[in-house]
Design a binder for this molecule. Structure first.
Ligand SMILES: Cc1cc2nc3c(=O)[nH]c(=O)nc-3n(C[C@H](O)[C@H](O)[C@H](O)COP(=O)(O)OP(=O)(O)OC[C@H]3O[C@@H](n4cnc5c(N)ncnc54)[C@H](O)[C@@H]3O)c2cc1C
Length: 369
């Protein structure tokens, strides 16, 4: 079949690899001008490990595994350490493989079938299911027909909006925002620590892995209206959220975010949908069931879902009307588990009051004594 995959994130690339391996001709359309490979290292865990093994990618992934034994240290406004975070508090699974987003994206992109087409800087603007296929119009004006369309375009999916209705019907805001900035000038540190500074409802930290460093920002907020495609607006929201705070390294880290052309900024949010398929259109990854970064499972469930989808299309000899519900039945438990695995995370990393910050630090300091 001719299959259009919208989005070249982990879900889109994994969908293309799995579908291509079963003989389908895959076109990927990605809104960005390149594979978006920045962001903090991500976990491949649980059943997703078996799936990347079936995809033939486990050796490459293991070879690029990152050792995340840097220790989280909570610091005060002067940078003095007030509590050291035991590793058990940051990793909830003994069997996870941590890998840099850029390395995982490269491994998946290298595994794309030779006849896969990747179109950058374009996006679906309309979809019409004509019964025998889907007529697609792109923002560029191009038009094409596909047997199936896979929406892998993330939390703010365009395919979901076009085929299932507005985002507000499905999104659950978890009450805070996250931003991740590259810190190209950060010096490596031999003591391998990741400092974390909190003031009420806010967190700023430096995360190191391999030879890289990232500035990570969290702040609590009600939903904010902004254009997801307007990076300058996102940088302004971030700067406003931390305005008036010059303690620790906040001004320098906000400045690093301001000059980062690839800054990652989004709400911590989940997507809950009663169905992930309609006609010849099906959703995978965050577009279908975002669990938020707090779950640490977004990429893993993107892998399970895309593998199951390709497998069910094969089991049903391409009959999407049978395969899509079967995909959904098998994938639901993974999505539900991930979406329920977030509790307590916000209280640990971005407490709401000074009392809660001190109580957390006390608890952690006592535990490590
Ligand atoms: C740049 C970036 C950095 C991230 N960093 C982190 C992180 O540090 N920690 C964390 O927990 N999670 C992070 N995530 C989210 C995490 O990667 C996902 O939760 C998980 O991997 C599932 O991926 P996905 O492919 O479903 O969604 P995403 O990773 O969001 O990928 C969606 C892809 O679709 C593209 N896209 C969006 N809209 C359109 C459109 N209309 N047409 C075509 N393409 C479109 C996007 O550019 C992106 O490449 C990041 C996502 C991105 C895009």
């Amino acid at each position: 079949m001719d299959i259009l995959v919208s989005g070249a994130g982990m879900a889109g690339l994994s969908a293309a690899v799995n579908l291509g391996a079963r003989g389908h001709r895959v076109t990927i359309v990605e809104r960005s001008s390149h594979f978006r490979v920045n962001g903090s290292p991500i976990d491949v865990r649980g059943d997703a490990i078996e799936i990347v093994d079936k995809m033939g990618l486990l050796p490459q992934i293991l070879a690029q595994r990152v050792d995340m034994t840097e220790q989280g240290q909570f610091v005060n406004g002067d940078g003095e350490v007030v509590a050291r975070l035991p590793l058990e508090e940051t990793s909830d699974s003994a069997d996870d493989i941590e890998i840099a987003r850029e390395d995982l994206a490269r491994i998946l992109a290298d595994a794309l079938p030779a006849d896969a087409t990747v179109i950058f800087q374009d996006s679906v603007s309309s979809l019409a299911d004509n019964g025998d296929g889907v007529d697609v119009r792109f923002v560029s004006g191009r038009e094409a027909g596909y047997d199936l369309v896979v929406g892998a375009d993330g939390l703010h999916s365009a395919v979901r909006r076009l085929a299932f209705g507005p985002e507000r019907d499905y999104i659950r805001h978890l009450g805070f925002y996250i931003a991740i900035a590259d810190l190209p000038d950060e010096q490596p540190r031999a003591d391998r620590v990741n400092p974390v500074y909190n003031y009420p409802e806010h967190m700023v930290s430096v995360m190191r892995y391999k030879d890289k460093a990232l500035g990570v920002f969290l702040f609590r907020s009600d939903p904010i209206e902004y254009d997801y495609h307007d990076l300058d607006a996102q940088k302004q929201i971030l700067a406003d959220a931390f305005a008036g705070h010059s303690e620790w390294r906040i001004p320098a880290l906000i400045e690093a975010a301001r000059v980062d052309p690839e800054l990652y900024f989004d709400s911590a949010a989940q997507i809950h949908m009663p169905a992930w398929h309609r006609g010849r259109v099906v959703l995978v990854g965050d577009a279908a069931h975002a669990a938020s970064g707090l779950s640490g499972r977004g990429t893993s469930i993107a892998f399970t879902g895309t593998h199951i989808l390709a497998e069910e299309l094969e089991n049903c000899a391409g009959d999407h009307a049978t395969a899509f519900p079967r995909y959904e039945t098998r994938q639901r438990p993974y999505a539900d588990f991930a979406q329920h695995s977030i509790h307590g995370g916000a209280e640990l990393v971005v407490p709401a009051t000074w009392e809660a910050i001190h109580a957390r630090n006390e608890r952690i300091a006592a535990a490590s004594r």
